[in-house]
Structures are given as C-alpha cells and as structure tokens.
Design a protein around this ligand. Structure first.
Ligand code: GFB
Length: 319
C-alpha cells in the first residue's frame, strides 16, 4: 500500500472513465497497490453528462477519493472536426463530477487536463505558469478551453469551499486500451495499426498525416497512472502539475520507430493536406521531479509493449 498510503482498503475510490486508456491504467495501478474498493460505472450505467444522474450516483455511492479520467478525447482530426462535442461533453462531465464530488463530501479529487491547454507558441519546455499566457492551437482549442475550465473549477472549489481537488497535465499518452480507430485516434495508436495492416497486406507505403516535422512528447499510460497515485498521496495544492517523460521526437522519427518495431518494410508518404497541429509541446517537469517522481518506461519499450497488446487484443481493441 505504499503508493497510496492515505487510501486504506476500506477507502472507496471512484475511477471515472475506467474503460478508457487512462482510467483503465489507474485501476490497474490501484489494484497493484492493494486498493481493492474500486467503484466504477460504465457509460450505460451512468451518463456523466447528466447532472441529476451524477449527483444521484455520488449521493448513493459516497466515494471518498475520485480519479476524474472520464473525458471525450481524440486525435487532431477528431478534435478539429467535432469542436462542439469536445467542448460540450468535457464541460458537462467535469462540472457534474467536480460539483457532485464536493457536495457529497469526497475527501480528494484528481482531475486530468492535457498539455494542449498551453499556448501554441509557448516557450519550450512548457512550464505550469505558461497557462493562459497566449493564443491556443486552433485544431484543439475547444478541448483545451474545456480542460482549462476544469482546472479553474478545481482551483475555485479549493478557494471557495476548501475542496481538495488537484489537477495534473499529462503530455501525449499511449498504451493498452488506447483508441485505434484511424479517424479519431491519436498518432501513436494510429501508426501502430497502419504499419501493422500495411505489413499484413504487403502494401508499398503508409500514409503519415502532415509534414512529419511537428515534435511531440510521449508518455506511457502506466507511467501516468503511477504519477496519479503518487500525487494523490503526496500533493495537495491549487497549482497544476505537468506530467511528462522528456522523450520528444518528430512525427517522422516516431513513424520510423513504429515502422521498425512493427517490422514494415515499405515506404512512407506524407499527406500535407492533413494538419500538423502545434509545432512542439514538450512539458517542463521540474515541479514533479522535485516532488520525487519520474517516468520509467522508454518510448521504444512502451511502443513494443503497446504493439504486443494490440496483437493480443486485436478483436476487442477499439478499431
Ligand atoms: O496525436 P495527434 O492526433 O494529436 O497528432 P496532437 C499528432 C501529430 O501526428 C500531428 C500527426 O502533427 C498529426 O498530423 N500524424 C501523422 C497523425 N499521422 C497521423 C495519424 O495517422 N493519425 C493522427 N492522429 N495523427 C492532440 C489534441 O493533438 O493531442 C488533443 O488534438 C489532445 O486535444 C492530444 O490534447 C494530447 O498532439 O496534435
């Protein structure tokens, strides 16, 4: 129980979004740490955009700790094509959960934001104080504005009500239970599936969106889950905390790495009709490092493990 010493086996812990990339990783980490009293609800059981239903759940279930990993998420194309869904769903989900958690007497809540809350041209690596210092990246400003509102909700409930809500800003994530749908996924899961299917079908080339020049930092979701448990245990404050790996690559370098791990022998074709998005988003993790946490999973090992998970779960994976 060392990873969650403030959580006892009798603590009830609600993981919102337990079937997603992040929520499922948090459930695995909590179980490994000896926390067995986990509360979960599927989308069919509880519609998180329904305020009355969410209040009813909290009143009845009375969780003591909450990991808010439920969100409408997607890659650059999904964000760019469904701005109304991304801003509406995320505003509703996080407002309903944070408010109901406070009203029902939750001891502590951990909210997950995103590195896209920072300005498009923020100085690199991006520090927590760069929040709201410039214009956002247009392809995901709707999602980013919702996530910024989530941060402000946590800070406002802390200031007005003394509610212990903390906010983490993870960098681009990947790992088991990711979305592998080619229209709505993020780049890493998309590339795993594209190279795998191209290998099977002996295709001459794989299409890569954009120019290949943008840089992204990637963090395996099991590292993020470890940071979530660490901060739930060790940190209480209104200031946001970045969670990253420091492992930054260009999309072209990422494509070469995934291609090698999957074992595809053909070529790459860049489709510059698709957007590049922000040129670079590397997080400054000085604060988190000073608190005593750092990532462990290398990008190569993480991609290899995720490809193996994809092979083992191709039938159930979200394609
Ligand atoms: O991961 P991704 O969709 O999102 O795209 P963002 C990252 C980069 O990979 C972009 C390129 O430059 C894409 O053009 N890319 C190349 C591809 N091939 C592909 C492909 O097949 N699929 C995808 N999806 N990308 C997201 C935000 O931004 O980051 C979200 O939209 C969220 O709001 C997330 O914050 C972490 O990194 O650009």
């Amino acid at each position: 129980m060392s990873a969650c010493s403030r959580l006892t086996s009798s603590s009830s812990i609600y993981v919102a979004g337990h079937r997603g990339l992040v929520g499922s990783a948090i459930c695995r980490a909590l179980t490994q740490a000896g926390c067995t009293n986990l509360l979960t609800r599927s989308r069919a059981e509880l519609d998180l955009t329904d305020q009355a239903a969410v209040r009813g759940f909290f009143t009845e279930a009375r969780p003591e700790f909450v990991f808010l990993a439920a969100a409408k998420v997607g890659g650059i194309h999904a964000n760019n094509s469904s701005p109304a869904d991304f801003i509406r769903d995320n505003l509703l989900i996080q407002t309903n959960i944070i408010d109901a958690a406070w009203r029902s007497g939750v001891k502590k809540l951990l909210f997950l934001g995103s590195s896209c809350i920072y300005p498009k041209f923020a100085p690199q690596p991006m520090k927590e104080e760069h929040l709201l210092s410039g214009t956002l990246e247009p392809t995901n400003e709707w999602y980013a504005v919702a996530k910024i509102a989530g941060i402000k909700l946590c800070q406002a409930y802390r200031q007005q009500h003394g509610f212990d809500a903390i906010s983490l800003m993870p960098t681009n994530l990947y790992g088991p239970h990711d979305n592998f749908d080619l229209h709505s996924s993020h780049v890493l899961s998309a590339l795993i599936r594209k190279f795998h299917e191209a290998k099977l079908n002996q295709l001459p080339e794989v299409e890569i969106w954009g120019s290949g020049t943008p840089k992204r930092e990637f963090l395996h979701v099991d590292d993020l889950a470890s940071a979530c448990l660490f901060l739930m245990d060790k940190y209480s404050g209104g200031e946001i905390i970045n969670v990253g790996s420091g492992q930054e690559v260009t999309i072209a370098e990422l494509a070469a790495l995934v291609k090698e791990i999957v074992g595809f022998r053909g070529g790459l074709r860049y489709n510059t009709a698709m957007p590049d998005g922000t040129p670079r988003k590397l997080l400054d993790v000085t604060k988190l490092t000073a608190l005593g946490w750092q990532s462990k999973i290398s990008l190569r090992d993480g991609i290899a493990a995720t490809y193996q998970w994809f092979l083992d779960h191709e039938q159930q994976a979200r394609l």
